[in-house]
Design a protein around this ligand. Structure first.
Ligand code: TXE
Length: 482
């Protein structure tokens, strides 16, 4: 019997009103393994009614009580780690080991972080020189629309749900139709944690049918979106005329800069991770590697030697380092860019060809090996457009100003890594790179208290920590005359 993933509205699992379901395909096998609700505007309207009815009580619930429920959800995610990791791996094609060590633990920590952050928020007060006393109230905004992508499904969905409901909003979430399974399991956890009905509603379906209905609904006043830049533009266009508050976390084409004075062992190990983690399907991946010329040849040789040891395999096997690409369309996009790179003058230093099937089970799966392209012109399409797969380019440079120019010469500005042991250079370069996050001698080190997000075509607004609590609340100034 194929699992059917229904919507979760007002604390109940309900069929989509139209009764339609989409095939949910397992990337590792290319076969349908479950069905997901193919909802529409009517389903969103139903969810809005539930969220609206739940808002008065939930927004008045003491923070300590909201916190307890979110902490319970975090504990249940920990309890169900293996079940959630397996579901995430099957749904996305990522290695089970990665889901178990990254995605699911981070989802639990997202709930834990915001469950405790709301117990320590400060409100500002200002005395207007003997005339008045001002204090700032930060109140929940109402119903939040939360739209998330397929690459880190539970991690990124929890990153929105947790702060939104922690501060007293109610929420309507729409996971990617490509990877709905862990959102479905999270709804079971929400029920078990006794989250009141209507506080969290999950409506499954496609972007144009459900996502667009969420961004267009007049009663959904706050939109938190994570996904591609093209879609981000559509979300912004839909929300702007209704003056909705919008946070957009979009694509990236992130520079990873290695100076000659770097600790090369650390830079190579860190760069293999930042290049190919999650099959390169993390918007923070460092897909453009720049290496200072004196160590360029050594870096390429050692990097390709180590990266070629990554095992492309069945995501469910413990020894697999690289799983499947999320779907056929994304696999074709990756292949397109590898072909384009060669037409633009690039040479394949590693990978570049679809591998043999890792086993009989996966013979029809969507696999592509870690691929390194060298000798490309810096300003070519391959070096400017987001591929969102296990494909990176490596380019030499001769000085700081040159590489900062390369780094900033794309429409994106999400993140960057800089590898150097020269402290002054680290500060100088970090200051000049146009990106929301700059990691020095590391990658993907996350502290949930810091602002997270991109600039330029990588997004608008910041989430994470205090920023998320501010994003999901409305500041009101109350001024009392003396
Ligand atoms: O995005 P899509 P995907 C980016 C990543 C890549 C993309 C991959 O760089 O470009 O996301 O995710 C819904 N109105 N990031 O392919 O297609 C859609 O159903 C409203 C950046 O999923 O944009 C899905 O649920 N919603 C990020 C969601 O939008 C619509 C981290 C995203 O879909 C819609 C992760 C519409 N018209 C991925 N059309 C970061 N910066 O942190 C689609 N959707």
């Amino acid at each position: 019997m194929t699992t059917r993933i229904p919507n979760f509205i007002n604390g109940e699992f309900v069929e989509p009103i139209g009764g339609n379901y989409l095939d949910n395909i397992e990337p590792a096998t290319g076969k349908t393994y479950s069905l997901v609700a193919d909802s529409g505007k009517e389903d969103v309207d139903l969810a809005v009614s539930a969220a609206e009815a739940a808002f008065p009580n939930w927004s008045r619930t003491p923070a300590a009580d909201r916190s307890k429920i979110l902490l319970r959800m975090a504990d249940l995610i920990d309890r169900d780690l293996e079940k959630l990791a397996r579901a995430e791996s099957i749904d996305t094609g990522k290695p089970l080991t990665l889901a178990r060590t990254l995605d699911i633990p981070r989802a639990a920590s997202n709930f834990r972080f915001f469950a405790t952050a709301i117990l320590h928020t400060e409100n500002e007060a200002h005395v207007t020189d003997g005339v008045a006393f001002n204090y700032t109230l930060r109140q929940p905004r109402g119903i939040a629309g939360l739209i998330s992508p397929w690459n880190l499904p539970l991690y990124l969905l929890s990153w929105k749900i947790a702060p939104a409901i922690a501060v007293g909003n109610t929420a309507i979430a729409k996971p990617s139709e490509l990877t709905p399974m862990t959102a479905f399991l999270l709804c079971e956890i929400a029920r078990e944690a006794s989250l009141p009905n209507g506080v969290l509603n999950v409506v499954h379906g496609t972007g144009p049918n459900v996502g667009a209905a969420i961004t267009a609904h007049p009663k959904i006043t706050t939109i938190s979106f994570t996904g591609g830049t093209v879609t981000g533009k559509k979300v912004a266009e839909a929300a702007a005329p209704m003056f909705k508050k919008v946070s957009l976390e979009l694509g990236g084409k992130n520079p990873n800069i290695i100076f000659a004075d770097a600790d090369l062992n650390a830079a190579i190990a860190g760069s293999v991770r930042s290049s190919f983690a999650n099959q390169g399907q993390i918007c923070l991946c460092g897909s453009r590697v720049f290496v200072e010329r004196p160590v360029y040849k050594e870096f390429v040789d050692r990097f390709t030697r180590i990266a070629s040891r990554l095992k492309v395999g069945d995501p469910l096997e413990e020894t697999t380092d690289q799983g499947a690409i999320v779907n056929k369309a994304q696999l074709e996009k990756v292949k397109f860019y590898v072909d384009l790179a060669q037409k633009e003058g690039g040479k394949i230093a590693m990978g570049g060809k679809a591998p043999d099937a890792p086993n009989e089970r996966c013979r029809d799966g969507y696999f592509f090996p870690p691929t390194v392209i060298v000798d490309l012109p810096v300003a070519c399409r391959t070096n400017r457009e987001e591929i969102f797969g296990p494909v990176i380019t490596i380019t030499p440079f001769d000085n700081e100003d040159e590489v900062i120019g390369y780094a900033n010469d794309v429409e994106y500005g999400l993140s960057s890594s800089v590898w150097t042991q020269n402290l002054g250079r680290a500060h100088r370069v970090a200051e000049k790179i146009n990106a929301g996050t700059v990691w020095v001698n590391c990658w993907l080190v996350r502290d949930l208290r810091v602002p997270f997000g991109g600039m330029k075509a990588s997004g608008v607004g910041r989430e994470g920590g205090e920023e998320a609590l501010r994003f999901f609340t409305e500041p009101k100034n109350v001024c009392i005359a003396k």
